[in-house]
Design a protein around this ligand. Structure first.
Ligand code: E4P
Length: 228
């Protein structure tokens, strides 16, 4: 399983990248607004993220267009920022059409706001490189987000979707809208390819009280060795 960090905050990305376990970054309009991002700085900000994580880490930059033609134009502009940019598009009719057109030009798309197996199947057929089903937003409306993501992982895993994919790469499922370390555990158990995780949750993933307690006792005993 790979981990992406779900943030547009450069400091968070730098720190997460320094831990050696980061494989990518996802952003969205809300995350960019959260850091006080301005329209004129958007492309430059995405470039900074790409430079921090390096060319092997995909960075999802989201189009805010509503029509396929505008999404295609957005996608071409975003893809020109850096080779590791992935164009994030909504899982709508317009998004599907734009995904197919961009995939044919070799541009990778991450289909976001995906909430069902039928949506995911269509996105995969349209040549998506990534599909992002959301967990937390399902939980927010008292439904089981993990169960839906598990269905999507199983359904997509049943077929080969490389026909329209850029460079013939198999689509990967990014478990998104992750709200807890337990979400990550459950996504790994169901076989999601990737989890995109907010920085605060990544920090919690490494924490365990028994690790802290064990380390404290090893340090205490080592002091006895030093004093012997
Ligand atoms: C990632 O691609 C999504 O934009 C993100 O995970 C959404 O998370 P949220 O539901 O916590 O806003």
């Amino acid at each position: 399983m790979k981990f992406f960090v779900d943030t547009a905050d450069l400091k968070e990305i730098e720190e997460a990248a320094s831990w050696g376990a980061l494989a990518g970054v996802t952003t969205n309009p809300s995350l960019y607004a959260k850091i006080g991002g301005k329209l004129e700085d958007f492309d430059g900000h995405m470039k900074k993220i790409c430079d921090i994580v390096g060319p092997d880490c995909p960075v999802s930059a989201e189009s805010v267009a509503m029509t396929r033609d505008e999404m295609i134009a957005d996608g071409e502009r975003l893809a020109a920022i850096a080779p590791n940019i992935v164009v994030k598009l909504p899982t709508t009719v317009e998004g599907l059409a734009a995904c197919r057109a961009l995939a044919e030009k070799g541009i990778r798309c991450n289909m976001t706001l995906c909430f069902s197996v039928p949506q995911a199947l269509l996105a995969a057929r349209a040549g998506a490189r990534y599909i992002s089903p959301f967990i937390g937003r399902f939980d927010d409306i008292s439904q089981d987000g993990l169960a839906e993501v598990e269905n999507i992982v199983t359904a997509i895993g049943n077929y080969d979707f490389t026909e329209h994919a850029p460079n013939g790469e198999q689509v990967e499922i990014i478990a998104a809208s992750v709200r807890s370390a337990n979400h990550v555990t459950q996504c790994a158990l169901m076989g999601a390819d990737i989890a995109t995780v907010p920085f605060g949750v990544i920090k919690k993933m490494i924490q365990h009280p028994l690790t802290d307690r064990g380390l404290e006792s090893f340090m205490k005993d080592w002091q006895k060795v030093l004093n012997a």
